[in-house]
Design a protein around this ligand. Structure first.
Ligand code: C5P
Length: 321
């Protein structure tokens, strides 16, 4: 990897702060292959970036410090957000500093709207936003390709959080090809009270497969119907093509999610699925007005902790302000 020499600070505002934000994602197609020898599963997935954003603010500092504010900061289980090296943002900062040959000096604040451990790639969004913000703060001038390579080392979903839009993911999810989507898609996200750990959901899939309770994943289902539907609609075509191999293990771990999925379709969603490793339910709406009505109906049901209307595709990690 070649790095241009540090060229001084990037975009600085007022107190020297640089701000970036990155979106949540929904996997509208998630086909999971068998467990690989490296501990990951081979995937074919179609990512859609949606309009729920985390914001990362970085300021000049002495060493690294991390503060987390907003949604999902109070959890004690899988959804607890650490403020030390266990946080992907901390590792993103160390990795960028090491690669660029600069000291890892920054005071970092993550303002979370994307709940943690929800299947929405909130931690990956934070890491992607941190890479973009720190690159500007430190003046390290990494290319998008260089940032994407660092992102892939941080986590399977981090490259997509950088890219945004719609993309086909393969490998463990980090190898991306952008997909053209000509229209806007409206969704309602039903967020459950307690998060689910991604490795635990993958392990439950392996267990269900070993017990013969779900297909073995030897043949990855093709993403083509979802990609065709995403390009041009209509909405029921996308609803019919939605699929997620992690839904059965998520339901096995959280039987209540069946009721949450049923609630979405009964309230008028055209289709619904568990987002990524869950437990968020992504309910597809006919249009923006329907999404607003669906949000109100689902908020009254009491099956979710929070209900949010979102749309996609939206861009990936970007500087703001
Ligand atoms: O890449 P990331 O760190 O987000 O992955 C978290 C965990 O999810 C992995 O350690 C692995 O258990 C599981 N995983 C997987 N196959 C993938 C992606 C994630 O088994 N393709």
């Amino acid at each position: 990897m070649s790095w241009s020499s540090p060229g001084g600070p990037g975009r600085l505002a007022g107190d020297g702060a640089v701000v970036a934000r990155a979106p949540a994602k929904v996997n509208v197609h998630l086909a999971v292959g068998p467990l690989r020898s490296d501990g990951f599963h081979e995937l074919r997935t179609v990512y859609l970036a949606v309009s729920l954003f985390d914001t990362v603010t970085v300021r000049p500092g002495d060493g690294l410090s991390l503060t987390v504010t907003g949604e999902g900061t109070t959890g004690s289980g899988a959804d607890a957000v650490p403020t030390d090296r266990r946080n992907l943002v901390w590792r993103a900062a160390e990795l960028l500093a090491e690669q660029a040959g600069v000291p890892a000096d920054a005071a970092i604040t993550i303002d979370k709207s994307i709940p943690a451990a929800a299947g929405l790639a909130g931690g990956s969004a934070d890491a992607a936003a941190a890479l973009v913000a720190l690159d500007a703060l430190w003046g390290t001038h990494a290319t998008r390709g260089e940032l994407t390579a660092l992102a892939a080392r941080l986590g399977s979903d981090v490259p997509f959080s950088l890219l945004g839009g719609v993309a086909l993911g393969s490998g463990r999810g980090e190898q991306l090809s952008p997909v053209l989507a000509r229209r806007r898609w409206d969704w309602v996200l039903g967020i459950a009270g307690e998060g689910l750990s991604t490795p635990v959901v993958y392990a439950e899939l392996d267990r269900l497969r070993a017990a013969g309770r779900v297909p073995d994943g030897g043949e990855l289902s093709a993403p083509d119907p979802v990609i065709a539907a995403l390009r041009s609609g209509p909405v029921p075509a996308l609803a019919a093509a939605l699929g997620n191999d992690l839904q059965p293990p998520a339901l096995s771990l959280r039987p209540d999610l069946r009721r949450a999925l049923r609630a979405a379709t009964s309230a008028g969603a055209v289709g619904a699925l568990v987002s990524g490793s869950g437990p968020t339910v992504a309910a597809l709406a006919e249009d923006e007005d329907s999404a607003v009505r669906l949000t109100a109906a689902l908020a009254g049901e009491g099956v979710y902790r929070t209900v949010r209307a979102v749309h996609g595709p939206v861009p990936g990690a970007r500087l703001v302000g």
